[in-house]
Write a protein that binds this ligand. Structure first.
Ligand SMILES: Cc1ncc(COP(=O)(O)O)c(C=O)c1O
Length: 409
């Protein structure tokens, strides 16, 4: 691997994003390849949250809703996320969880196509997306899932809503958002994109693609912290024509009029439901500072470079240990993560974590590694591969403590 170490050092030396790492608080000795599940803590976030607690909550108390601008935080965070996903300002809202946002948007989408209550998705979609669709369609309508590569062909005039996750959570396979959305528009199909593994990892162009709706997570590549609030997008010209059935007072046109009858707010605010979790939103808002001035194409370039290098490292020994690449080999068809089918993958991943290389395991047999381009270096990626090789060579994973399943994998 010496040649790959050299290559990593050269790549790191010429990297335009290398300086961003200083803005994160990364534990010493850890190679973190799980920013696709929970992003690293940006170094300035604790002080901002502490200030919101002690000064905001502690001193301002209820006045903080006005004096600290808490009431508008969902929209303000949306304005900051918008450029990362190619959305117009005012078309993104920070709210709730990804699952709940998806439920709200699916209701809105299904209401747009009353005669076509069929939702098309793919079998690789994240389970919560499929569960949400199953729940929304429980009173009627149908969820159809096909293999990811068959989605385009399965788009027919009976389908009302196309609901896809752009980057597959297991394999990293990237759907062609422009192509599928364009085809959907030709057929009058409403589109909902889940950007959980896209936002902050690669350039997304919702406006350019003509997507109708989108959702995504705040805690992955956006580094908002465990359980950070999610976001949703609605195409600007649709916002005043649609709404969800999860109608709450914060989505009312005049919440403090306390009108007993619901009247939707104008624009994206109608997708608000209840009181926003301000401390979590303050953390996410602060975390987004690390994207200030960042060119998402540079993020993508680095993500590809990290992924390609890691694959090149693992290729050196994969065959000997029965590792089989589960992700597309073509970087253009991959998001910012790579996974392998790996015999005894769960135990192998636990042994790797014990050695300070954090990735994760996904059923049935996948070891998964995410490359958060703002804080990961090429040298770390080579070190992680070298440690994996050692673990496999010495069978260090074959110990009872590494086989015991934790609740979260
Ligand atoms: C594609 C996708 N959608 C949604 C979620 C999670 O949604 P929620 O924020 O509601 O837990 C995940 C979590 O990993 C995901 O990978």
């Amino acid at each position: 691997m010496e040649d790959l170490r050299q290559r990593a050092a050269t790549l790191d030396a010429s990297d335009p994003l290398a300086g961003r790492r200083q803005r994160f608080s990364i534990p010493d000795g850890l190679v973190y390849l799980d920013g696709n599940s929970l992003g690293v803590l940006p170094a300035h976030v604790p002080a901002r949250v502490a200030d919101a607690v002690t000064r905001g909550w502690g001193q301002q108390l209820i006045r903080g809703w006005n004096t600290e601008g808490w009431i508008d935080l969902p929209r303000r965070i949306g304005v900051r996320i918008a450029p990362l996903i190619g959305a117009a300002a005012g078309s993104v809202l920070c709210a709730d969880s990804t699952s709940i946002n998806l439920a709200k948007l699916l209701q809105a989408a299904l209401a747009m196509v009353p005669e076509r209550q069929v939702v098309l998705s793919d079998t690789g979609n994240f389970p919560t997306d499929l569960y949400v669709a199953q729940g929304q369609l429980a009173q009627g309508g149908r969820l159809v899932t096909v293999a990811p590569e068959d989605v385009r062909a399965a788009m027919t005039p009976e389908v009302g809503v196309l609901m896809l996750t752009q980057v597959d959570y297991r394999t990293g396979r990237l759907h062609d958002m422009h192509d599928l959305t364009a085809r959907a528009r030709e057929l009058g199909i409403v589109t909902i994109w889940d950007l959980a593994h896209s936002a902050g990892a690669l350039p997304v162009d919702l406006s350019g693609a003509g997507a109708d709706f989108a959702v995504g997570c705040g805690y992955k590549y956006l580094n908002g912290g465990p359980g950070a609030p999610a976001f949703l997008y609605a195409r600007p010209d649709l916002q005043d024509r649609v709404g969800s059935r999860l109608t709450g007072w914060m989505g009312h046109a005049a919440p403090f009029a306390f009108d007993p009858d619901y009247r939707p707010a104008e624009g994206i605010d109608r997708f608000r439901v209840g009181t926003p979790p301000i401390l979590s939103m303050v953390a996410l808002d602060a975390a987004l500072d690390v994207f200030d001035g960042v060119d998402m194409q540079a993020v993508r370039d680095r993500s590809i470079s990290l992924g390609e290098l890691f694959i090149a490292c693992i290729d050196r020994f994969a065959g000997r240990f029965g590792l089989e690449l589960a992700s597309p080999r073509d970087a253009a068809r991959r998001g910012s993560q790579v996974s392998w089918h790996c015999p005894d993958g769960y135990a192998v991943m636990q042994a790797l974590i014990a050695r300070g290389v954090i990735g994760d395991f996904r059923e049935p047999d996948l070891i998964r590694f995410g490359f958060a381009p703002l804080y990961l270096s090429h040298s770390e990626v080579v070190e992680a591969a070298a440690i994996l090789q050692e673990i496999l060579t010495g069978r260090a994973w074959d110990q009872p403590r590494f086989h015991a399943r934790a609740k979260v994998t």
